[in-house]
Design a protein around this ligand. Structure first.
Ligand SMILES: [Zn+2]
Length: 169
């Protein structure tokens, strides 16, 4: 069992895990792995990713960490432009879908077509929908159903997993 999960279970006071819960946790993906890359050219080794990324981006993209809220300058970014995966440069979001959710993370109501993949995760026990860059598999954030119209979705994204390119650049 990964240490983080053991600590979580201990914290919750459920060191002796009931079999049903153990089965549920057993189905969850390990907490420290990104999703598979759809593009073979982006199936890089862990050390190659470490070399390529800043420590903060590596932790989010490759280890599914979550950055501290209100820590990203992209929260305040309001210029027209495109948000790319910080891992491989694939365009993921348009500024036209960005809005201020008040959560402290850059938020979007839609992703660009064919740009992301998703999976359920159980890191907080309650199921959530994780999403990642379809091309390199790098973790981006979680999507919730409390977003604005027209989609009702809230893509809650880590700023360090994105690179912003203003359209006038
Ligand atoms: Zn990517």
């Amino acid at each position: 069992m990964p240490i983080s999960r053991r600590i979580l279970l201990t914290t919750l006071g459920i060191g002796a895990v009931p079999p049903a819960l153990a089965a549920l946790l057993g189905r969850a993906r390990p907490a420290d792995a990104a999703s598979p890359a759809s593009d073979p050219a982006w199936r890089l080794s862990d050390s190659a990713w470490r070399e390529r990324l800043s420590p903060e981006s590596y932790a989010v993209l490759r280890r599914e960490a979550t950055e501290a809220p209100f820590s990203s300058a992209l929260n305040q970014e309001k210029r027209p432009g495109t948000y790319l995966c910080a891992g491989c440069g694939l365009p993921l979001f348009s500024s036209q879908a960005k809005y201020d959710s008040g959560t402290g993370w850059p938020s979007f109501f839609a992703a660009l077509p064919e740009s992301i993949g998703s999976k359920r995760d159980f890191k907080l026990i309650v199921p959530r929908t994780e999403y990642h860059c379809r091309r390199c598999g790098g973790h981006q954030g979680h999507v919730f159903n409390d977003g604005p119209r027209p989609t009702g979705k809230r893509y809650c994204n880590n700023g360090v997993a994105l690179t912003f390119i203003p359209s006038d650049s």
